[in-house]
Design a protein around this ligand. Structure first.
Ligand code: NCD
Length: 318
């Protein structure tokens, strides 16, 4: 593995290996000294063109737990706001001695361009590119699902699980990466969204697509993943009649959550719109693994950094 751009680049063996490394990382994090010397002397740059709290902090925590130095580079207040191109930024980071670059951008394909344009030699990690992919989020969701629903499974996958992903699929890189990863790991995925919030072509994806949340929940899924309604990307409006109507038809209310099988868990990538796509008391209920997802994020990102920076694969790929 040279870069970590898209779940579509992984095969099942690689995905399972990453999850296994994340398990090892998780085990180290319950020790009294949590810092590992693995990446001493390496510098990880967080290059964030889009606002982010948890993802940036999570990458920072992951890199620091592995003893790497971290430079946070956000577009606001940098030369990027003066019109500097992605190419010049990349050349600058390379000259400053970055060993890996974690990039988040509003444009789909930004991480791929940084990895393959030839401006920079270092591994690139996609921390979310437009509506395209958010591969570390999918890995942390798979890690959390495994922990609850397939602990110790010898195949390392999610075979036979049924996961329902609900909401603003159109704008969601989280939904796209999860659909790819969860099906790769053997789960059955159902997407539920109003027609206007489904991407063109979603019907050709390797999953079931429904418009009715109650119909999807009646199948008794093992997990429900709620997506944030991404109002900031809904320029022009018209995606649903009213917020109340959306919430009534697609929100995970207390009543709906009560109909889930006893073992079923509820996920949300955050940040949540409480009371809109998910009821506050569902988010705080025993079924909710939302806070645990944040913890899983650090383990998974440690695993990704480890695979890219600390193993021989990197030398082999050069
Ligand atoms: C997601 C993102 O940025 O794509 N959040 C995250 O990474 N924690 C989902 C979202 O913003 O709704």
């Amino acid at each position: 593995m040279r870069h970590f751009i898209s779940i579509a680049d992984l095969d099942r063996t690689e995905a399972v290996a990453l999850l296994a490394t994340a398990e090892h990382m998780a085990a180290t994090q319950s020790r009294s000294i949590r810092k590992l010397p693995t990446l001493v002397g390496s510098t990880v740059v967080n290059l964030f063109f889009e606002d982010s709290t948890r993802t940036r902090i999570s990458f920072e925590a992951a890199a620091k737990r592995l003893s790497a130095d971290v430079i946070n580079f956000s577009a606001k207040g940098s030369s990027l706001s003066k019109g500097e191109s992605l190419k010049d930024t990349a050349l600058t980071l390379q000259a400053m001695g970055a060993d890996a670059v974690v990039v988040r951008s509003a444009s789909s394909g930004a991480a791929h361009q940084l990895a393959h344009a030839g401006w920079i030699d270092q591994p690139i990690i996609n921390a979310g590119d437009g509506a395209h992919e958010h591969p570390t989020q999918a890995m942390l969701d798979a890690f959390t699902l495994r922990h609850h629903l397939r602990p110790g499974d010898p195949n390392g996958g999610l075979d036979g699980l049924h996961v329902v992903i609900v909401g603003d699929v159109l704008h969601s890189r989280v939904a796209r990466s999860n659909m790819l990863l969860l099906t790769l790991l053997g789960a059955r995925v159902t997407l539920v969204a109003p027609p206007a919030l489904l991407p063109v072509g979603a019907h050709a994806w390797p999953c079931e697509v429904l418009y009715d949340l109650d119909e999807a929940l009646a199948a008794g899924p093992d997990a429900v993943m709620m997506l944030r309604v991404q109002r900031e990307r809904m320029v022009g409006g018209g995606f649903f009649p009213t917020e109340g109507e959306y919430s009534r038809r697609y929100g995970l209310s207390t009543q709906r959550a009560a109909r889930l099988p006893d073992h079923a868990i509820v996920l949300h990538p955050g940040p949540m719109n409480r009371g809109f796509e998910i009821a506050g008391d569902v988010a705080d209920s025993d079924r909710s693994v939302i806070v645990e997802q944040v913890a899983s994020g650090v383990f998974v990102r440690m695993a990704v950094l480890y695979h890219l920076l600390a193993t021989d694969d990197r030398e082999d790929a050069r």
